[in-house]
Design a protein around this ligand. Sequence first.
Ligand SMILES: [Zn+2]
Length: 265
Amino acid sequence: MGMGLASGCAEVDLSGYEVPAPVETKVELPPPPIASFVPPVVHNGLRDDMRVALTFDACPTTSEYDERITKVLQETRTPATIFLSGSWVKHSPQTVLELAHNPLFELGNHSYTHKHMTELKPSEALAELLHTQAEIYNLTGQIPEYFRPPFGEFDTRLASEVGKAGLTAIEFDVASGDPDDHATKERLVPWVLKLARPGSIIVMHINHKQFHTAEALPDIIQGLRKRGYELVTVGQLLKERPPPLCNDPRQVSPLQDAVSSISVP
Ligand SMILES: [Zn+2]
């Protein structure tokens, strides 16, 4: 058919060719992205401060509120921070109003649908946070400052969304383990009293009537006070003296690990 490509080409003589010296170019680096800032995660207050914060999560949408816990807190004049999932707020507005009007309690954000937040797209995670903020604000007029990640699961990406929502993430250093089937009052009380340290943030649950949290709570409160601890909300723990902040969300151990450790006597 037609001519081969090579056949018509003249041989190029490179013998006298000099490689040009590289041109020096000055590359200007862009400024570091502002988004590289990771909002802090709080696991506990100061370790030289004889104060402890009891926190209670209200997790899934339809689970029952355990009003016995509120009664114990009320009777013992014990402040607490209660992290509410937005769907639970929608489901139990009267209860949330009562909690909001009780000066002992501080309300926090526990996402809207209690999904595994680190598996969501950032925009979905942000929507979970903001939707819950709106639900609580529209009902109570209060704007939560703190966010408890569902399942204790947290990472750098989620941290950014929490920061965008104007929240501070609150983990814990004492998992009561109250969801565990074997977490009877007899096991919960000594477990929590053993793990509590100055500045501890203790996690329990307020919307599972089958848990033994309510039965164990009076002895936990009394035991902590006997050991010299003042019981405060997370806000009091963090605001009255600056807390240690953790910028590495990977330090968080998932709640499942903490819960399974209850089986160790
Ligand atoms: Zn939860």
